[in-house]
Design a protein around this ligand. Structure first.
Ligand SMILES: [Cu+2]
Length: 570
C-alpha cells in the first residue's frame, strides 16, 4: 500500500534525525514543520487583518464625517479613499481569508487529522510561505510608492486599471498585480501539498470515508482554486502588459475589450468564494458535532454537496456582469445556475441543523462562533438570491446592497469561521486553555456590532446609494441617509474595540492559561490523540495512529470518554 510505505519513510526520517532543520530564531524562517508554517501563515494573516481593519476604519470615518480629519490617519483625499477601499478588499480576501482558512488551518490540521507526521513535500511547503511573505511585502510597500496604492478596487476593472497612456500607469497598480500573482503561486504550491498529503500519507486503515470533514473541505477548496486561478493568472499577465508595455488586451482605445477581463476575473472570483467557504464549513461542522455530542448527520451528503457546489461554482460567474452588456439570454442562464447553487448551500445548513437536533449542546466559545456562522451566513445566502436574479440585479447592482450581501457571506467565512477554528484548536496549538469569559465578551462584542454595521448598508443600498463614492455631500438626494452611515461607522469602531479582548485573551492564555490536556473538548478526531501542543513529528515514532474502524463517527452521548479511534477494539 502506497500510503503505508510513505508513512514508514517519514517515521524512519524522524527516528534517525532528531530535528531536521535549523534551531532558534532561524527555525521560524526555515522550518519545514507543518505546524510552524501554519503559525507563520496564521500570524501573518492576523497582522494583515489588522491592516485591512484599519483601512475599513479610515474610509468608514470619511463616509460618516466627510472632510474631517480621521484620528490616527488625518485627512483622506479622494485618491487615498480609492486606495483604502482597494487595499481593504484585496487584503481581506487574498491576505487574510486565504492564508488563514486554507493555509494556516490546512497546514496545521491536515497532517494531524489524518495521522501523518508532516506534509508530503515539506520544502515546497516552506517555499509556499516564503513566496506568500514576499507577496505581503510587495502589497504593503505598494501603498507607499509614488502615486500611492492601487485605487481600482479589488476587481481591478479595465479600462481604469489599464491606463490609456501606459507611460502614466502608477507603479502601485502594477505592484498590486505582481503581489496577487505571487500570492497565487504560494497557494498553488500549498494546494499541491494538501492534495498529495491527503491522498498518500493517511494513517493505516483510514479510508476515504474515514477522513474528517476539515481535510476534505480544504482539499476540495484547493482543487477549486487550482482549476479557477489559471484564467485570472493569464489575465493578470495581460493586464500587466497593458499597463507597462502598451498592449491593448482590455483597453477599447487600443482595440481591446474590458468585458474580457470581467469574464477572466469572475471565472476565478466566484469559485474563490467557495474556496474559502468550504474550509469554514468544515471547521464549523466539526465544532458543531463535538459540542452537540453527536455523530455528524449525513457525512456523505455533506461531502458530495461540497463537490457539487464546487462544480456548479464554475457556471455562475456572469451573475457579476448582468449589466455589463452581456446578452440578456445569457443572463437568464446564469440566473438559473446561480439560484441552483443555493440548493447545496441550503443542504449544508440542514446537515448542521440535523446534527444539532437532539444533541447534548454545550455553548462553549467555539460553539458560539460556529452557531453564529450559520445564522449570519444565511442572511448572506438569502440576499444573494435577490442579486442572482438578473431583473432585481439591474436595480441593486453597484449599490450598497451588494456590499452588505457580500459582507454577510465573507465576514462569517473569514472572521467568524476563523475565530471558531482558532478558539477550538487553541488548546492543541498552544497547550493552554483560553479564558471563556473573555471569549464570550469578545464574541458578543463582535457579533452584535457586526449586524449594526451591515444591516444599515442594506438600507442604504435599497435607497439607491452607489458604491465607491468618496463623499456623499455631493449627492443632495442621499443627504437624509447620513445618520445611517454614522450608525454603521460607530458600530465598526465598537467592533474593532472589542477585538482588544481577543488579543488580550490570546496573550494572557498563551502565557498563563490552564494547561490543556490531550483532548479537552472530548472530540474524536485524530489530532486530539497526541500531546497539546503536538511534538515534532506529531506522534512518537512507535505510536503513530492507526485507524481500526470506520465509518467516521463522532462521540455518542453515552460514550463520553471514548474518542476515535484510540479506545476502540482492534
Ligand atoms: Cu458570484
Amino acid at each position: 500500500m502506497a500510503h503505508a510505505s510513505a508513512t514508514e519513510a517519514h517515521a524512519h526520517e524522524h527516528a534517525t534525525q532528531e530535528h531536521h532543520g535549523p534551531q532558534g530564531i532561524l527555525k521560524y524562517l526555515w522550518s519545514t514543520d507543518h505546524k510552524v508554517i501554519a503559525m507563520q501563515y496564521l500570524f501573518t494573516g492576523m497582522f494583515m487583518a489588522m491592516v485591512g481593519g484599519f483601512m475599513a476604519y479610515v474610509f468608514r470615518m470619511q463616509l460618516a464625517f466627510p472632510g474631517k480629519s480621521v484620528p490616527l490617519f488625518g485627512y483622506v483625499s479622494p485618491g487615498e479613499y480609492n486606495a483604502l477601499i482597494t487595499g481593504h478588499g484585496s487584503i481581506m480576501i487574498f491576505w487574510v481569508a486565504m492564508p488563514v482558512l486554507i493555509a494556516a488551518f490546512g497546514n496545521y490540521l491536515i497532517p494531524l487529522m489524518i495521522g501523518a507526521d508532516d506534509m508530503v513535500f515539506p520544502r515546497i511547503n516552506r517555499l509556499s510561505y516564503q513566496i506568500f511573505l514576499l507577496s505581503v511585502l510587495v502589497i504593503l510597500s505598494s501603498l507607499f510608492v509614488k502615486g500611492g496604492g492601487f485605487g481600482g478596487a479589488w476587481t481591478s476593472y479595465p479600462p481604469l486599471s489599464a491606463n490609456a497612456d501606459y507611460n502614466l500607469t502608477p507603479l502601485g497598480s502594477s505592484m498590486w498585480l505582481v503581489a496577487v500573482a505571487l500570492e497565487f503561486v504560494a497557494f498553488l504550491l500549498g494546494g499541491i501539498n494538501f492534495i498529495t498529503t491527503l491522498m498518500n500519507a493517511r494513517a493505516p486503515g483510514m479510508k476515504a470515508y474515514d477522513i474528517p470533514m476539515v481535510p476534505w473541505m480544504i482539499v476540495i477548496a484547493s482543487i477549486l482554486f487550482m482549476l479557477s486561478v489559471g484564467p485570472l493568472f493569464a489575465g493578470a499577465i495581460m493586464l500587466f502588459f497593458d499597463q507597462n508595455l502598451g498592449t491593448g488586451f482590455f483597453d477599447p482605445t487600443r482595440g481591446g475589450d474590458p468585458v474580457l477581463w470581467q469574464h477572466l476575473f469572475w471565472f476565478f472570483g466566484h469559485p474563490e468564494v467557495y474556496v474559502v467557504l468550504l474550509p469554514a464549513v468544515g471547521i464549523v461542522i466539526d465544532i458543531v458535532a463535538t459540542f452537540a455530542r453527536k455523530k455528524l448527520f449525513g457525512y456523505k451528503t455533506l461531502l458530495y454537496t461540497a463537490v457539487a457546489t464546487g462544480v456548479l461554482s464554475f457556471f455562475v460567474w456572469a451573475h457579476h456582469q448582468f449589466i455589463a452588456g452581456i446578452d440578456p439570454r445569457m443572463a437568464n442562464i446564469f440566473t438559473v445556475t446561480t439560484l441552483l447553487i443555493s440548493v447545496p448551500i441550503a443542504e449544508m445548513c440542514f446537515v448542521i441543523i440535523a446534527t444539532l437536533y437532539g444533541g447534548d449542546i454545550r455553548l462553549k466559545v467555539p460553539m458560539l462562533w460556529a452557531l453564529a456562522f450559520v445564522g449570519e451566513f444565511l442572511i448572506g445566502g438569502v440576499t444573494g438570491i435577490f442579486l442572482g436574479a438578473s431583473g432585481a440585479d439591474a436595480y441593486l447592482h453597484e449599490t450598497y446592497f451588494v456590499l452588505a450581501h457580500f459582507h454577510y457571506t465573507f465576514f462569517p467565512i473569514a472572521i467568524i469561521g476563523t475565530f471558531a477554528g482558532f478558539t477550538y484548536w487553541f488548546p492543541k496549538m498552544f497547550g493552554r486553555m483560553m479564558n471563556e469569559t473573555l471569549g464570550k465578551i469578545h464574541f458578543w462584542g463582535t457579533i452584535i456590532p457586526f449586524n449594526f454595521i451591515f444591516i444599515p448598508l442594506f438600507v442604504l443600498g435599497l435607497d439607491g446609494q452607489q458604491r465607491r463614492i468618496y463623499n456623499f455631500q455631493n449627492f443632495p438626494e442621499l443627504q437624509h441617509l447620513q445618520p445611517v452611515r454614522i450608525l454603521a461607522t460607530i458600530s465598526l469602531v465598537v467592533m474593532l474595540f472589542f477585538q482588544l479582548f481577543f488579543f488580550w485573551n490570546v496573550i494572557r492564555s498563551w502565557r498563563k492559561g490552564p494547561k490543556a490536556e490531550k483532548n479537552p473538548w472530548k472530540s474524536n478526531t485524530l489530532e486530539w490523540t497526541t500531546e497539546s501542543p503536538p511534538p515534532h513529528g506529531n506522534w512518537p515514532v512507535d505510536e503513530m495512529p492507526k485507524v481500526y474502524r470506520g465509518p467516521y463517527e463522532y462521540n455518542h452521548p453515552d460514550r463520553e470518554e471514548d474518542y476515535w479511534p484510540q479506545n476502540l477494539p482492534a
